[in-house]
Design a protein around this ligand. Structure first.
Ligand code: NAD
Ligand code: DAO
Ligand code: ZN
Length: 370
């Protein structure tokens, strides 16, 4: 079939909206009509050329929601008409990783997904002249139609609005999951969240859900504090306005350091501050941000000797086929909020404008509605 997509033709250039060829689903695969997709910082990171794994031409996008149109041979858990959210972290429920309760990093299709192809080693997308186009994070939601492995689709309820729950495909689950699954924050915790963007705000609402007593937000942009307060932030710190040592200031503000700190900036200096602002003896610091290629983190080992713990999280530690439908229920039941964070919507033709809004710091989440 033919479909319309935003194609990342070359690193550092705006995407080009064009008709592309899409082959139908092979064994174990599913054809999905994408109804809406969010624009995440990670798409921008790959488009910029800073992602060492980024290869072109490719169809980016990994935060979508849509409807199953067709299933390939052997698909048993989905049928046409089902509503789904694509998963860049799949859940096969059979591999060594899926069978280990300590991780959500299913490895069953990792190698091919990382190369931008389907599990059989080929791409379903091509340009009209036949040039193959790579998939991205196994999702490619910047295409009106896409093909995914069955194990990379979470089936969700049919009354959930696509233009809101698409955000559960990455930002919402990553932020809330970092609190619930990775930190396992207890009622009454004190926490610091660095970076109040699309991920950090969801860490904040995860902390509110977990019953945290103190939620300190840290961002260089004062404007980000307004929304963060609505989601449960109790204190705001702009590092550029702190005189003297930022770690010392945060330790004092939290009465000795935070029980949990979260980096949602991707900046390795911030990651160090986050670790060192965690409470001596028990504080845990969770790295969510994706740092530039080649960047490294450092701290004095004594920080760890004296009981601080450094951890990381991918997709909030969530097992997508199991957890994503539950998070959709939380949204539909009013336990979590999504609507205020979706600050801009646009048609596919304007997708590059969505990335401009991200660069200028004007948007929290832009969503393309097909
Ligand atoms: P965003 O651009 O919306 O937000 C980042 C925020 O950090 C902005 O508000 C910015 O002002 C603030 N900031 C930047 N530098 C800062 C500094 N030095 N001190 C304090 N604040 C600073 O980005 P996002 O969509 O929220 O993504 C955040 C990070 O999370 C990115 O690195 C992204 O790639 C990563 N991410 C990780 C996962 C995962 O599974 N681990 C999933 C999605 C996104
Ligand atoms: O299993 O080796 C692996 C990699 C899993 C990929 C997880 C990516 C999470 C971080 C990237 C941010 C996604 C938006
Ligand atoms: Zn698996």
């Amino acid at each position: 079939m033919r479909t319309r997509a935003a194609v990342a033709v070359e690193a550092g250039k705006p995407m080009e909206i064009m008709e592309v060829n899409l082959e139908g689903p092979k064994a174990g695969e599913v054809l999905v009509e994408i109804k809406a997709t969010g624009l995440c910082h990670t798409d921008d990171f790959t488009l910029s050329g800073a992602d060492p794994e980024g290869a072109f031409p490719a169809i980016l996008g990994h935060e979508g929601a849509g409807v199953v149109l067709e299933v390939g041979p052997g698909v048993t858990s989905l049928e046409p008409g089902d509503h789904v959210i694509p998963l860049y972290t799949p859940e096969c429920r059979q591999c060594e990783y899926c069978l280990n309760p300590k991780t959500n990093l299913c490895q069953s299709i990792r190698e091919t997904q990382g190369k931008g192809v389907m599990p059989d080693g080929t791409s379903r997308f091509s340009m009209l002249d036949g040039t193959p186009i790579l998939h991205y994070m196994g999702c490619s939601t910047f295409s009106n139609h896409t093909v995914l492995p069955e194990i990379a689709l979470a089936k969700i309820r049919k009354d959930a609005p696509f233009d809101k729950v698409c955000y559960i495909g990455c930002g919402v689950t990553t932020g809330i999951g970092a609190v619930i699954n990775t930190a396992k924050a207890e009622i009454g915790s004190r926490a610091i969240v660095f970076g109040l963007g699309g991920i950090g705000l969801n860490v904040i609402q995860g902390l509110r859900l977990a019953g945290a007593d103190q939620i300190v937000g840290v961002d260089l942009n004062d404007d980000k504090a307004v929304m963060a307060k609505k989601f449960g932030m109790t204190d705001f710190v702009n590092p550029s306005k702190v005189k003297g040592d930022l770690v010392g200031h945060l330790v004092e503000l939290t009465g000795g350091g935070a029980d949990y700190t979260f980096d949602a900036t991707g900046n390795v200096q911030v990651m160090r501050t986050a670790l060192e602002a965690a409470h001596k003896g028990w504080g845990e610091s969770i790295v969510i941000g994706v740092a530039p290629a080649g960047a490294e983190i450092s701290t004095r080992p004594f920080q760890l000797v004296t009981g601080r713990v450094w951890k990381g999280t991918a997709f909030g530690g969530a097992r997508g086929r199991t957890d994503v439908p539950k998070i959709v229920d939380w949204y539909m039941d009013g336990k979590i909020e999504i609507d205020p964070m979706i600050t801009h919507t646009m048609p596919l033709d304007d997708i590059n404008k969505g990335f401009e809004l991200m660069h200028s710091g004007e948007s929290i989440r832009s969503v393309v509605i097909y």
